[in-house]
Design a protein around this ligand. Structure first.
Ligand SMILES: Nc1ncnc2c1ncn2[C@@H]1O[C@H](COP(=O)(O)OP(=O)(O)OP(=O)(O)O)[C@@H](O)[C@H]1O
Ligand code: SF4
Ligand SMILES: [Mg+2]
Length: 300
């Protein structure tokens, strides 16, 4: 196990109320695993991802990377897990050239000598298949796809073991998405990277990931191998998600609940086609096992 999440809760204070964005998530990610994290907007994916990076405090629970807590971790541990966020434009400093952006993490972590860092920059550009002439350019002069490649190169500069990617290609055109995803896949394979990959696109997750965790209302409701979770889903929510491919699900049947007032019992019960009385008051747990769902009816 490389990453261990145990009973993680992430809360926010907003307009005098507490928003429970993540409400007790436990999951493990093994070395070399590529975990896809899916679920409707607002279910807590980014909050969980930021908590995994140690960027969001936990209201309860713990998150360990290679046996050490990520919250309050030293730089030597932090550099082993790196984020890639959706908006490469805002992730890069608009006043810094590509070379300066790539050099920065190497300098901060005092990696190599000035000369070896320059050689490292060239290797990073080759890795993400960017021409060396981009080194002197500012982010705004690059295409969105090129910016996301720079962002990826920056994340890879410190040779991390785990990448946490939050909708890394959602802002790109479909053809560019495919190129960046293929690149990511080939880098992940050659470097034996572990991935936590957040996406709304189940087809992309099916292509890239070997396991999937489905989130609903701040909880993981289904977990297992990607082929099984997406091919023969157990949880009624995952079934609806797979049938509707996310977008069509939003608004039908029923709306996603508000995180300031999650429904009691199973949070999916107001929308569930197979709801039983018990679902309205008891919360189903996620059982142990290879492929499992938190549901009284479909995985009792
Ligand atoms: N900084 C914050 N302050 C208050 N509430 C927040 C904050 N960040 C997120 N939330 C709320 O927490 C809930 C979960 O948000 P989160 O961004 O984790 O969801 P998500 O699954 O990543 O959604 P999306 O698919 O839209 O990116 C949402 O209701 C969101 O409005
Ligand atoms: S526990 Fe009940 S409400 Fe929740 S998904 Fe299962 S059947 Fe539906
Ligand atoms: Mg998000």
């Amino acid at each position: 196990m490389l990453l261990g999440v145990e009973g993680a809760h992430v809360h926010y204070r907003a307009r005098g109320t507490t928003v429970e964005a993540v409400r007790g998530v436990s999951l493990t990610v093994n070395k070399g695993e590529r975990l896809g994290l899916v679920g409707e907007s607002g279910c807590g994916k980014s909050s969980l991802a930021r908590a995994m990076l140690g960027l969001e405090p936990l209201a309860a629970g713990a998150i360990h990377f290679d046996g050490q807590p990520v919250h309050g971790a030293k730089a030597t541990l932090r550099r082993r897990l790196q984020p890639v966020f959706q908006d490469a434009g805002s992730a890069l400093d608009p006043r810094m050239t590509v070379a300066a952006s790539l050099r920065e993490p190497l300098e901060l972590h005092r990696v190599g000598t000035a000369a070896s860092r320059e050689a490292h920059l060239d290797e990073l550009l080759d890795l993400v298949q960017l021409p060396r002439e981009v080194k002197g350019r500012l982010p705004r002069t690059l295409s969105a796809g090129q910016r996301q490649r720079v962002n990826l190169a920056r994340a890879l500069a410190l040779e991390p073991e785990l990448l946490i990617l939050d909708e890394p290609v959602s802002a790109l055109d479909v053809s560019v998405q495919a190129q960046v995803l293929n690149l990511l896949e080939s880098i992940a394979r050659t470097r034996a990277l572990t991935l936590v990959f957040i996406s709304h696109d189940l087809d992309v997750v099916a292509h890239l990931c070997d396991s999937v965790a489905v989130m609903y209302a701040g909880l993981v409701v289904e977990r297992g191998p990607a082929s099984r979770v997406l091919g023969s889903p157990l949880h009624p929510y995952t079934r609806a998600l797979c049938a509707a491919r996310v977008k069509a699900l939003e608004g039908t049947p029923g709306e996603p609940p508000s995180p300031a007032h999650w429904p009691p019992g199973c949070a999916f019960h107001p929308r569930c086609p197979v709801v039983v009385e018990r679902c309205r008051k008891d919360r189903p747990a996620l059982p142990e096992g290879e492929h499992r769902a938190a549901c009284f009816v479909t995985d009792p």
